[in-house]
Write a protein that binds this ligand. Structure first.
Ligand SMILES: [Zn+2]
Length: 100
């Protein structure tokens, strides 16, 4: 409800999951969802990076258990599909199921 905001939307629900569904529907974004492609810290694109190139940045257990990594093109932060990713993927599937 602010004049400077031209394409805003005020979600009706108080539930974060429901709010996401509302926003995706409102702006017709279902077809452009691209999970795990942008840096959560700065929103720049993530690019695949060789493990050997970031080995010194990894914690010992991460070095052992993971082989595929992505690095932010802007801030350089390194990401991998850790144990939390399956929970996020399940949440995303539920949301996408509600958009069809
Ligand atoms: Zn970043």
């Amino acid at each position: 409800m602010w004049r400077a905001v031209r394409h805003g939307y005020c979600p009706r629900s108080h539930d974060p999951g429901e709010q996401m569904v509302e926003v995706l529907r409102r702006f017709d974004l279902a077809e452009v969802i691209a999970p795990f492609t942008r840096c959560p810290a700065c929103n720049a694109m993530l690019r695949p990076v060789e493990k050997r190139d970031i080995l010194e940045q990894l914690e010992p257990l991460t070095r052992i258990h993971y082989d595929e990594f992505r690095r932010c093109a802007n801030c350089g932060k390194v990401y991998w599909s850790g144990s939390h990713v399956s929970k996020l993927e399940a949440r995303l599937e539920r949301i996408q199921g509600r958009l069809q």
